[in-house]
Design a protein around this ligand. Sequence first.
Ligand SMILES: [Fe+2]
Length: 384
Amino acid sequence: MDTFAFPNKVNFGAGAIASLNDCLASLKVEKPLLVTDRGLVDCGLLDEIIQKADLPASVSIFSEVDPNPTEANVRAGVEVYHKNGCDGIIGLGGGSAIDGAKGIRLMVHHQGPLNDYGILNQGWLKMTEPIPPMIAIPTTAGTGSEVARGTMLIEETNGIKIAVVGERLFSSISICDPELTLGLPPFLTAGTGMDAFTHCVEEYISPKFNPVISGIALEGIRLNHGSLLTAYKDGSNLEARANVMASAMMGGMGFAKGLGIVHSISHAVGALFGGHHGTLNALLLPACLEFNRESCLPRFRQLAQAVSIHVETKSDDECADAFIDHIRQLNNELNIPSNLETFNITTDDDIEKLIPLCEVDHCRLTNPRMPEATDFRELLLGHL
Ligand SMILES: [Fe+2]
């Protein structure tokens, strides 16, 4: 037997941010803690959103979430939450801010090191204390964290990036307003949009049985394909922004089917070297698909179709070639870097440090082909 669950409530569309006050009221939240990152404050977007959403004066703001959120960020946020007597959380920003908000939300009433709640420690069984309501509002279109039942955080016990996952961590409500992404610069549009694309692809080829998510992932790829390049070239195109935001949301809804080795590697890099997660995924995706191709060959036909490649006269192998070539070309057009130097990974030693982290990452368990240490080494060396 398999279990499928889709408990998300999403307010989606241009101007949806105006529903924030009603959402807070429906959740009986009077003193929210708004969790965001410094970038959103510095660029003025936070002020703009506060104005648009007509936020109550009782809102407290915590903006100290790092690009790869840490256990220390979570602790600091929990302190602000208690100090100000908050009764709910708003996660506003890119995936980092929303993931940080989820970590704070969990740890408001839970004790112990974050590592205890990690997916590999069956953390969901320990989420027994009250968890305050949370509204997630993405300002990028990529991570899908706004609708995901988990969060990625760097814990302090082993210093690695772990997934903390549990059904109680689904946001109470998500507000997806593509107008909030209109000012996203091209570099971030490309990186976050390719994160969404990679989620949908890795979910679709994951061997786990979930035909509902397979359908969602394919449609996410189709929407992303038609619009990411448009949004990259013309950030003011609201329709393209909405499509990419929908594909990000759909990728997030599909996490239950599992991701693959692109994410195993990018989680390791995120923990040790930092850098932009989605940009790295885009860089790694073609080679990781080559690594997987024999293990999921028939799936490339539908993947190719989703990006408008004519597949009728093609063999499965030709479909795989065409799809992987398509991604390489897309990466070029989006100016995705072609090697790991951008992430300060330049030596064999750097790579050796990453391999143990890749090997313990949970996403390798749902990769179509089980990778060994040598496979991770080869994949990383291929991008030096
Ligand atoms: Fe991702």
